[in-house]
Design a protein around this ligand. Structure first.
Ligand code: ASP
Length: 308
C-alpha cells in the first residue's frame, strides 16, 4: 500500500516575516513522520512524531508557544485517532505538559476512556511520567499583554466575546497543528494539538480534542481541522469528510464540500487536511494562510504556505 502524510500549522494569517520559519518547521516535522512511514512504521507513530515536533516548535500554537487564555495561562487540547479499532484518545484544557498529543495517546492506550480534561488530565499525565513543563513563552506573554490592551479598547472591559476582536486582528488567529497519515498496512491515523483560540475563556474546549470534529480517522480517511473550533464542532467537519469519501466522493471533492458548507453556514475561518486509504493527500482552507507539508508514495516532501 502507498504511504502518505500531510500536516498543517494552522489556518489564519501568518505575520509577515514569519512565513519561512513556518515552512521550515512544517517540513522538519513532516520529515519525522515520513522517515517512520518509509521505514515501515505505523501511521499512529508518524502523526504523533510529526505533531510532537510541531508542539516543540514555539512558533506554532500548540505545546510550547501555545496561545494564552483570558487569564494569561495555556490550556491545551489534543487528540489522536487510529482507524484500527476506531481507537481515540484526547485531552482537554490540560496545563503544564510539554507534549499533549503524547498524553492523548496514553489516554487511548492505557485507559478505558476517550477524553480526560483539566486537573484530571494533568494528574493522569504525571502518573504516566510526563513531567512539569511551562509552555508559556516570553513572545506569547508579550502578545497576551498587547491583546489585553487592545481588547479593552475594542470591546470594553470584561467582554466575553472575541469574534469582533479576532475579525479586526486576524494576525492573532491560527497556529494549531495537525497531521494525517496512512501506513503500508493501510491503517489511517490523525493527530491534532492546539492552545485553542487566543484569549479564550478559562475552561473553553475547542474542536481539536473532539473525535469527528477537529480530528478523525476511519477506514476511509484520516483528517485534521483548524480554525474557529466552535464552527468545526457544529459541522463535525472531519467526520463529514469521511462520510463523503465513504459515499464515493474523491478526497479533494469531499474537502471542498465540507469547506463550502462551513462557508455557507457560518462564514467560518477554517482549514482542513486529509489523506485517504489509497494514499492521496489533500488540503483546503478559507483563510489567507495555512502552512502545510505533505508527501505521497515515493514523491518528495512539499511545504506550502497556502493552497494555490
Ligand atoms: N481549532 C482550534 C480551536 O478552536 C483553533 C485553531 O485551529 O486555530 O481550538
Amino acid at each position: 500500500m502507498p504511504v502518505a502524510l500531510i500536516c498543517h500549522g494552522g489556518a489564519g494569517n501568518w505575520r509577515p516575516g514569519s512565513e519561512q520559519d513556518a515552512l521550515d518547521g512544517m517540513e522538519a516535522a513532516a520529515q519525522r513522520g515520513r522517515s517512520i512511514l518509509r521505514a515501515g512504521g505505523a501511521a499512529l507513530d508518524a502523526v504523533c512524531a510529526t505533531v510532537a515536533a510541531l508542539e516543540d516548535n514555539p512558533i506554532f500554537n500548540a505545546g510550547t508557544g501555545a496561545v494564552l487564555n483570558f487569564d494569561g495561562d495555556c490550556e491545551l487540547d489534543a487528540c489522536v485517532m487510529e482507524s484500527r479499532g476506531a481507537r481515540a484518545g484526547a485531552v482537554a484544557a490540560l496545563k503544564r505538559v510539554r507534549n499533549p498529543v503524547l498524553v492523548a495517546r496514553k489516554v487511548m492506550e492505557e485507559t478505558d476512556h476517550v477524553m480526560l480534561a483539566g486537573e484530571g488530565a494533568q494528574r493522569f499525565a504525571r502518573t504516566m511520567g510526563f513531567g512539569d513543563h511551562d509552555p508559556v513563552t516570553p513572545a506569547r506573554l508579550g502578545d497576551w499583554r498587547d491583546k489585553r490592551a487592545h481588547l479593552d479598547q475594542v470591546l470594553g472591559r470584561h467582554s466575553l466575546k472575541m469574534r469582533r476582536f479576532l475579525a479586526e486582528h486576524p494576525e492573532y488567529a491560527g497556529g494549531t497543528v495537525g497531521a494525517a497519515a496512512v501506513d503500508a498496512e493501510g491503517v489511517l491515523a490523525a493527530a491534532t494539538s492546539t492552545g485553542g483560540v487566543t484569549m479564550k475563556l478559562v475552561g473553553r474546549v475547542g474542536d481539536s480534542p473532539i473525535p469527528g470534529a477537529g480530528n478523525y480517522a476511519s477506514a476511509h480517511v484520516a483528517a485534521s481541522a483548524t480554525g474557529t473550533g466552535e464552527y468545526v464542532m457544529r459541522a463535525l467537519a472531519t467526520r463529514s469528510i469521511s462520510e463523503a469519501v465513504e459515499r464515493g466522493a474523491a478526497l479533494p471533492n469531499a474537502l471542498r464540500d465540507v469547506l463550502d458548507r462551513l462557508g455557507r453556514d457560518y462564514d467560518a475561518d477554517v482549514g482542513l487536511i486529509a489523506v485517504d486509504r489509497a494514499g492521496n493527500a489533500a488540503a483546503l482552507h478559507r483563510t489567507r494562510d495555512m502552512p502545510h507539508a505533505w508527501f505521497t508514495g515515493e514523491a518528495a516532501l512539499v511545504a506550502r504556505m497556502r493552497v494555490a
